[in-house]
Design a protein around this ligand. Structure first.
Ligand code: NAP
Ligand code: HSE
Length: 442
């Protein structure tokens, strides 16, 4: 018996999904049961990379959701609205939804999950994080027995592709970003990638699954690669580090009321060259899960692009199609119960801790005058706040002494508030021209 698919969007991901559905040979037999019934696009005249019967296309996404021949709604249009309303409309009609839309899930996941639970339908989101990497279902199901301590990783393909090509080939930022857009890696507005917001959406989703409750998306401290200076990438390399855009969610406490206290953040990070995440290049993503008792588990693979993302979307469709088949085989009137693990219910509140109280290693680049005693004064400012220095190195931007010096400091793991106080004191030193860069270090 066939399963009717309604696609909202036929861009990079939608076309990838349509291509899999159109060629079921050699895949799981359920793929052959899937049939595209309606496809919504914005521009009906635009040439498409895949041949579809013209009558399948419509400019009305509501018509796709409402079409009685559509059993599963697949939202791959992106953006917040009308995507959120269309997902809720599908749920209200009792239709399961598959979506790759991390922006919607990170902001409206609770609302959507509540509506889905009330209606007894699934909303599956494997493609929302990590492209082709299975990470959502492992966190919901396979790692369910663990106490998760930390989830960290490279979860934006565009920025990892940009950083890798800049480091390996010395390629120019704008040129590599244009390539990432052409290859279908970047968001419709690539500012979401390079400013870190896409990674923040994804870590919000992973944190909710790992720690049992939704986190306030807007409160996640986020820095992207758009303000990263190539000079810091070069200095980091000389000091034995690579630079990656890292997203981290870790449990740092448990409140008396049982809420998980989390440090969740996104920022460019210096990684020692032998760290497992430092070897993740190009569009690849990797997510490291540290949990008790499993230990460290790393998920690696292509994090963006049509094929990998469609692989995750179609896997979710097949999960639902399989359940549909079981339901159809049940005696009349019987209803298959919603699988709580697949549905991904949460079980406790989560709260973000004040960043001032968190502990990190830091990389700081200071522009200073090139004079005796400067390094000593800087060291004293750190020392007065109890900030322990791991290394301090002077770099010379040019042979011209008038240009001054550049001093790079790497701290041990220190309290953020103490580090910030020390930086304020350093910035006030007459010999210090500016705090030119400040990055986290693993
Ligand atoms: P895309 O290439 O821009 O495609 C979006 C599609 O949706 C287009 O076909 C567009 O129609 C259609 N669309 C947009 N607004 C519409 C509206 N109001 N009514 C009808 N159709 C509408 O985007 P994408 O890269 O495929 O990404 C889709 C979603 O997947 C996003 O949520 C994105 O974050 C997520 N995602 C993408 C990737 C990736 O690697 N690209 C990976 C994981 C997740 P037209 O073609 O006529 O413009
Ligand atoms: N723009 C996103 C990225 C797509 O580059 O990772 C995959 O979610």
């Amino acid at each position: 018996m066939t399963i009717g698919i309604g696609l909202l969007g036929l861009g990079t991901v939608g076309a990838g999904v349509a291509a899999i559905v159109a060629s079921p040979q050699g895949r799981h037999p359920l793929v052959a049961e899937l049939q595209l019934r309606r496809v919504a696009v914005r521009d009906l005249q635009r040439p498409r990379p895949i041949n579809l019967a013209p009558e399948l296309l419509t400019g009305s996404p509501e018509a796709v959701v409402d079409d009685p021949s559509v059993d599963i709604v697949v939202e791959v249009m992106g953006g917040l609205e009308p995507a959120r309303s269309l997902i809720l409309r599908a749920i209200a009609a009792g239709k399961p939804v598959v979506t790759a839309n991390k922006a919607v899930i990170a902001r409206y996941g609770e609302e959507i999950a509540a509506a889905a639970t009330a209606q007894g339908v699934y909303v599956l989101i494997e493609a929302a994080v990590g492209g082709g990497i299975p990470i959502i279902e492992p966190l919901k199901q396979s790692l369910g027995a663990n106490r998760i301590q930390r989830v960290s990783g490279i979860i934006n393909g565009t920025t990892n592709y940009i950083l890798s090509r800049m480091a390996d080939e010395g390629a120019a930022y704008a040129e590599v970003l244009a390539d990432a857009q052409r290859l279908g890696y970047a968001e419709a507005d690539p500012a979401a990638d390079v400013q870190g917001h896409d990674a923040a959406d994804k870590i919000a989703i992973l944190a909710a699954l790992a720690f049992g409750g939704s986190v306030p998306r807007a409160a996640i401290p986020t820095a992207g690669i758009d303000s990263l200076d190539a000079r810091d990438v070069a200095y980091a390399a000389q000091l034995g580090f690579g630079v990656k855009l890292l997203a981290v969610a870790e449990q740092v406490g448990l409140s008396a009321e049982g809420a998980a206290e989390l440090d969740v953040r996104v920022h460019p990070t210096l990684l020692p060259k032998d760290h497992p995440l430092a070897g993740v290049h190009g569009v690849n993503n990797a997510i490291l899960v540290e949990a008790d008792p499993v230990g460290r588990v790393m998920f690696y693979g292509p994090g963006a692009g049509a094929g990998p993302t469609a692989s995750a979307v179609v896997a979710d469709i097949l999960n639902i199609a399989g359940i549909r088949q079981v339901e159809r085989a049940l005696p009349p009137g019987a209803v298959a119960p919603l699988d709580p693990l697949l549905a991904g219910r949460t079980w406790r509140p989560c709260a973000l801790v004040d960043p001032a109280g968190t502990h990190h290693r830091n990389y700081v680049r200071l522009r200073t005058t090139d004079q005796a005693g400067v390094i000593g004064k800087i060291g004293s400012c750190f020392g007065e706040e109890g900030v322990s220095i791991q290394s301090i190195v002077q770099f010379q931007p040019s042979v011209d002494a008038a240009e001054g010096a550049e001093i790079v400091v790497i701290t041990h793991e220190v309290r953020e508030a103490a580090f910030r106080s020390a930086l304020a004191a350093i910035e006030a030193l007459p010999d210090v021209r500016s705090v030119a860069a400040c990055l986290r270090t693993l």
